[in-house]
Design a protein around this ligand. Structure first.
Ligand code: HSE
Length: 305
């Protein structure tokens, strides 16, 4: 029997909430696995965005997550030879939209189902965070919605909470160039000046208040950041110009999605087409071709389909 899951894209950080805030969006990758007892060779079937660059063997991230799950659960029946794996991607790769997180969450979900659902959602989240390293993409990919995540002091456990879902559209402008998360993390200084930390703490407080009170007029100020965007922005031509354009076109707030290169904005349904068009045009004046999406927040997270 073929088991199939769909896992949502995510946008992380939301400006000041570096490694803390993440939201699931209505754009999905799909993953399936089928146990074929006497097969001699795994069949990897890939379709969709970036399929040429997705490894087909033991280096495949979906497989790595499946394999970690089997190890954790002491399951030895399944291996790379007796599983047919299908991956269908709609989420741009390396764009800061959690495509790696979808593979990790998809792999754990598939393996867990093959092992008769021994892990509950919180255990799936702990394993996914362990594999991914930071929680803000994987947690919303599992639970859906808009999540705040806090690792404990030893980084062994993560407390997560779902905030009320904003009644907003999410605009994504995904440029044709990609940024690797590893590189994008390395360029952030290890030590951040105290006044910049205070700046971000105050914005995270405002952002939480904005979501809890549905007061979106706070978002422009609340989505400012001094911890990662100023450093990552050096790799993204016209980042500030495009975000400024989004605000001038009626968006409530704009930010770098995850580690980039996608730029994102929150706005009303009425303003969404205009904000998208103007952000894309602004990037075009900088000779960058970008693809635009108008999405909603996904409520369900990883789902068996
Ligand atoms: N919080 C992470 C970062 C998200 O900004 O590096 C990317 O996975």
């Amino acid at each position: 029997m073929k088991i199939k899951f769909r896992v949502p894209a995510t946008t992380a950080n939301l400006g000041p909430g570096f490694d803390v805030f993440g939201a699931a969006l209505t754009l999905y990758n799909e993953f399936s696995a089928e146990f074929v007892p006497n097969a001699k060779k795994t069949k990897f079937i890939l379709s969709g965005h970036g399929k040429e660059s997705i490894p087909k063997g033991k280096d495949n991230l979906l497989w790595k997550a499946m394999s970690e799950t089997f190890n954790l659960l002491g399951e030895t029946k399944y291996n790379l030879k007796n599983l047919n794996i299908e991956i269908s991607t709609k989420i741009p790769l390396n764009g800061g939209l959690g495509s790696s997180a979808t593979a990790i969450v998809g792999g754990i979900s598939l393996a867990n189902k093959l092992c008769k659902n021994k892990l509950n959602k919180s255990q799936i989240a702990e394993l996914a965070i362990k594999i991914e390293g930071h929680p803000d993409n994987v947690v919303p990919a599992i639970f859906g919605g808009l999540c705040a995540c806090a690792k404990n002091k030893e980084a062994l456990r993560t407390t997560t909470i779902n905030l009320p879902l904003p009644k907003l559209k999410v605009i994504l402008c995904v440029p044709s160039f990609e940024i690797r998360t590893n590189h994008s993390r390395q360029i952030i200084p290890k030590n951040i000046p105290l006044q910049d930390v205070v700046f971000n703490i105050s914005r995270v407080a405002l952002l939480t208040a904005a979501f809890c009170s549905n007061d979106y007029s706070l978002l422009k100020e609340a989505m400012q950041d001094k911890i990662h965007q100023p450093y990552r922005g050096k790799m993204i031509p016209a980042m500030n110009k495009v975000l400024e354009k989004a605000l001038n076109s009626g968006a409530y707030g704009g930010f770098l999605s995850g580690s980039g290169s996608t730029l994102a904005a929150f706005c009303s349904k009425e303003n969404s087409e205009n904000v998208k068009k103007n952000m894309l045009e602004c990037w075009k004046t900088e000779n960058v071709i970008a693809k635009g999406f108008i999405l909603d927040f996904d409520k369900a997270g990883a789902t068996r389909i």
